[in-house]
Design a protein. Sequence first.
Length: 273
Amino acid sequence: MATAPRKRFTFECDDITPGLNQASADNRNLVWKKWYDSLISQLATSEYRFINYGYLGSEDVSVDPAEEYVRNFIGLYQRTLRGADLAGKDVLDVSSGLGGGALWISRNYNPASLIAIDLSTEAVDLCNRWYSNQSNLKFIAGDAESLPVSDDSFDVIYNVESSHCYTNFDAFLREVRRVLKPGGCFFWSDFQSRDSLEEIQASFVSAGFTTMEFEDITDGVIRSLEYVRGEISDGSLDSNLFIWGGDTDSIQEVIDEFSDWRSYHRCRVSLDG
């Protein structure tokens, strides 16, 4: 992979854990919003467009030369959407972050429209400025557990590495079901504890979805993390482009957690028409 552009900047990222531990269940989303707004407000002049662990597999990922250094992060979106037909469809991205995935999908999958929703108003404002030339892409602010869109609005919905932040996963799935058109598909990926897998699968069923695929992609996510850690360590990647900065020990801790108790899955479900 090519090296990342060397645009220097610094940012601070506080530990969110104490705030989450002290917050009531009703206020956890507000804690996340404040944390993300604070982080993203510092990234306006950066080249960074992704907040995920990435995925490296055997599949070819179509990227422009300028996107080469984020190939693995784009790869997680491609793997999540494996088997998806978005051409001419109305698509929803729930928790779109810095919008790099939504931009790549809007260009490469040719949806008629792609609405990207994020809890962070800072992220939404940045994305609407950064990607204003992409005519089929729009960013709006909203809560994944109370989506600000109409019933039966979208042919395809996807959600990448975000749902672990939600206060109520079941409420999120009910909202996805509400806004997904009959016959539509929902694509999801995230990390979780191995002990929670049965509960997560049961939640999809309880929400009224038919599960078409449930796939363990942990190995590819670990390969991505190991790549980022190695490239930052030897100076091939600018550490300021990544949420870890130069803290490769933290990346290793995440890798160790996947070896111990974490796993990473993608899921494709449908809503029968």
